[in-house]
Design a protein. Structure first.
Length: 351
């Protein structure tokens, strides 16, 4: 005898792991009693507790996220899917989400899609299988399969960092197209005439900023595709310097650049300083997002300011309102943007 014959066989449903119903049957109690014992042990007698604990050990039962929500269709988990955990743009929004939930019953389950549509689909499938109370998803460029999952989700969904007329459910953000157009218009108004665009990674939000910038140039009769420099490479400060250097070698007449984010803008500033180019009188620079470093740089850098923290807070408010049974009347919240003009575009008046 090895002793294995005396060990009770595990009960499985469909060949999967033991369920709370298996534990209840083993202990001779109801599933509600098991749920209560696992969630609030002090609410059941010591005798029942011991019997249930023994059944849990016999079956190697591991409670899943559903066990704490037997009486409802949802858990207290808020699923959040963003494309990056290191990008300051998204870290500001995540900080707001956590701050907005502090002290409440909801907990965040965080997914990083790493700018991969396939990974976003995979994460959504996992999250939805766990019956979240709500979902927050960055962007509105989901694949057809991902959008179908979100449309069929039995919970509130908020898409963030964008505005469009066709949200899955709710949306809070701003127009990247209009932000790019405003940055281009600002550089034109400051007297620059050969204005380029520098972009990296080229995700959908970057492409919309580029399209807005191009529209501003076309409106002024100044659009020149040869002044566009982009790469699929991930953004960095060093890359901003390299891109500007490459663009200036092709077009020495370049006198300003709109960078699709602040990392690239800071790199462009460093490249100008290395090359002895005066900013802003000889060359103008604008970024996008207005991270802290833009005001700390010397000279200070112009950028398009976005309310990333506010986006996270408003998304949480919308979800809480839905869970309280009072869904917001406004499904789309446009928090806007502002061109924060600083020294890098403060060109001296010319005759």
């Amino acid at each position: 005898m090895t002793g294995q014959e005396d060990k009770p066989a595990r009960k499985r449903r469909g060949g999967g792991r033991p369920t709370i119903a298996d534990v209840a049957a083993r202990a001779g109690v109801s599933t509600i009693t098991v749920s209560r014992a696992l969630r609030d042990p002090h609410k059941v007698s010591e005798t029942l507790r011991d019997r249930i604990d023994q059944a849990v050990r016999d079956l190697d039962y591991v409670p899943d996220s559903h066990a704490s929500a037997l009486a409802s269709a949802r858990t207290n988990v808020l699923g959040v899917v963003v494309p990056s955990l290191t990008n300051n743009v998204f870290s500001d929004t995540l900080r707001a989400i956590y701050d907005g939930l502090e002290g409440g019953p909801l907990r965040v389950q965080l997914g990083n899609s790493r700018y991969s549509a396939a990974e976003e689909e995979r994460l959504l499938r996992i999250f939805l299988s766990q019956r979240p109370c709500a979902l927050i998803v960055a962007g509105n460029d989901q694949t057809p399969a991902a959008r179908e999952m979100l449309e069929n989700a039995d919970c509130p969904v908020v898409q963030i960092m964008e505005v469009s007329p066709d949200p899955v459910d709710m949306m809070v953000g701003f127009s990247h197209f209009e932000g790019g157009r405003a940055a281009g218009a600002h550089l034109i108004a400051q007297g620059y005439r050969h204005i380029g665009f520098v972009g990296a990674r080229m995700d959908p939000r970057t492409k919309r900023r580029q399209a807005g910038f191009a529209q501003a140039m076309k409106d002024a009769g100044m659009y020149d595709p040869a002044l566009i420099m982009t790469t699929a490479t991930s953004s960095s400060v060093a890359l901003g310097g390299w891109l500007l250097r490459e663009l200036r070698q092709k077009r020495p007449d370049l006198d300003a650049v709109f960078c699709n984010n602040d990392d690239l803008a800071l790199g462009a500033l460093f490249e100008c300083q290395r090359s002895g180019i005066s900013v802003p009188d000889e060359f103008g620079i604008s970024g996008f997002n207005d991270l802290e470093m833009m005001a700390a740089a010397f000279p200070t850098l112009t950028s398009v300011r976005t309310d990333r923290y506010g986006i996270g807070l408003r998304a949480v408010e919308m979800i809480r309102a839905c869970l309280d049974g009072h869904p917001p009347a406004r499904k789309i919240l446009d928090l806007g943007f502002a061109v924060q003009a600083r020294q890098s575009t403060a060109r001296s008046p010319r005759d």
